[in-house]
Design a protein around this ligand. Structure first.
Ligand code: GLN
Length: 448
């Protein structure tokens, strides 16, 4: 704990932590130490974890990096947090992210951007940029993030750490601030696959507080098999042919394919002709869900109320206008538009149909393949400001990650390429069929 507290002090300029629970974690660490001595400590005794600022921890502040929730305190803890605490994990603080998890660079936080620990001129990715940076800068052992369209995997790729988005329904969303409820999942970021596997195993499983959580049995993810069998891996040809793909990322993918073949796996090209529809489908559906989810921030129920409010109408209008940032407003407007009576069928209804087609196509690929491979991101981290005036360009950065959220499958980003020419890391993404985290993690552990 002292080591991580010191690292946090040494890296304040990266703007990773919104709050450090310093005295509290020192007290808790002492209590856990006594439990260890008494021989009755939990499976995570002493594991220091940072949490994204959209995951509730009772009696602690939570803001989703938004002004609208400034100084709001959680009334209860997320189920994922309760399960970690029950195994004696130590929560060190809450980390910065894009406002309401909307973004891919951390530039949308009301509390300023996080800097990439590998090179401070570059973004750490987002929206869980603080989580990835906290692990990369050695400010905690594991950080929790949330992933709606890549927000765990993309920053993991940009900062050179492991990040996994579990199957939709694998971890309860109770206590996760909702962005797009049919996409959102909590997941861990860490240096090693084994830390991620252990934390995932403890957080996963049915929860009566979230009806979309699955009652499928949770495998012992951290109990890696000694001799993993050769797998059938499909690499998505359209990802390699994508115009936006950086030549160095492409070259590294081709090398990885050769390496996997040399290790005895069967690696074939597979087709995903729908690739170009993924980003539009994702942004129609997630903005629709967000516009509904964020209607609760009305200046009355939660957090910020404008001091200029005079009646009910101006309370809503002024509090929301002042409390939400630009990107969040853009998404609320887009979402309200695609859900409006005249456009519902053309956009929302259509996108739902496309989502089903993509799901069926992906499921058919998993009839023949154990894993699907693609780059996590088209390129390495970009500089601050590079995509800020062009939302479409920013959205297209998510081209390889939104697939897993549209379909609900688990996907992991592995930091296989730590030393690109620019010195910035980037990851490879593997996806498995739904609820096949065991296979995905066994394979990943072996590959790292
Ligand atoms: N970059 C994506 C977006 O802005 C992903 C966000 C996320 O996964 N929370 O929607």
């Amino acid at each position: 704990v002292n080591h991580y507290l010191q690292r946090i002090e040494e890296t304040v300029d990266l703007n990773i932590f919104l709050e450090v629970f310093k005295s509290e974690i020192l007290d808790k660490a002492a209590a856990v130490q006594s439990k260890i001595k008494a021989g009755n400590a939990g499976k995570l005794a002493g594991m220091v974890i940072a949490i994204k600022d959209n995951i509730c921890y009772k009696d602690h502040k939570i803001s989703a990096s938004s002004k609208i929730l400034k100084d709001f305190e959680s009334l209860y803890s997320a189920t994922a947090i309760n399960r970690l605490l029950a195994e004696d994990a130590l929560i060190i603080g809450r980390v910065n992210c894009d406002e309401f998890a909307m973004g891919g660079s951390n530039e949308n936080s009301a509390y300023g951007p996080v800097k990439n620990p590998v090179n401070k001129d570059y973004v750490p990715g987002g929206s869980s940029g603080g989580s990835a940076a906290a692990v990369a800068a050695d400010c905690c052992l594991v950080a929790l993030g949330s992933d709606t369209g890549g927000s765990i995997r993309q920053p993991a790729s940009f900062c050179g750490v492991v990040g996994i988005k579990p199957t939709y329904g694998r971890i309860s969303r109770h206590g996760l601030i909702a962005f797009a409820s049919s996409f959102d999942q909590i997941g861990p970021l860490s240096q090693s696959v084994s830390d991620a596997a252990l934390v995932l195993e403890i957080m996963a499983g049915k929860d009566s507080m979230d009806t979309t959580s699955s009652s499928q049995k949770v495998d012992a993810y951290s109990d890696f098999s000694e001799n993993p069998k050769p797998l059938k891996i499909g690499f998505i040809q359209e990802c390699l042919d994508s115009k936006s793909l950086d030549p160095e990322v492409k070259e590294s993918q081709l090398k990885l394919i050769e390496q996997l073949r040399a290790e005895g796996h069967t690696v074939d090209p597979v087709r995903l002709e729908e690739l170009d529809y993924l980003v539009p489908t994702y942004y129609v559906l997630t903005t629709a869900e967000a516009s509904s989810n964020l209607s609760r921030y009305d200046g009355i129920h939660y957090g910020y109320r404008s001091s200029a409010a005079t009646d009910i109408e101006s309370t809503y209008l002024k509090s929301r206008t002042e409390g939400f940032g630009k990107e969040v407003k853009r998404r609320i407007m887009l979402g309200s538009f695609v859900l409006s009576a005249g456009y519902y069928d053309a956009y929302y209804g259509k996108a739902q149909k496309v989502r089903r087609l993509i799901k069926e196509k992906t499921e058919s690929l998993f009839e023949d393949y154990d894993l699907l491979l693609s780059p996590t991101t088209p390129a390495t981290a970009f500089k601050f400001g590079a995509n800020m005036d062009d939302p479409i360009k920013m959205y297209l950065e998510d081209i390889f990650t939104v697939h897993a959220n549209l379909v609900g499958t688990p996907a992991i980003s592995l930091p296989l390429f730590k030393h690109s020419k620019s010195g910035l890391p980037f990851g490879a993404q593997f996806m498995s069929a739904a609820f096949n985290e065991k296979l995905l993690l066994d394979f990943s552990h072996n590959l790292m």
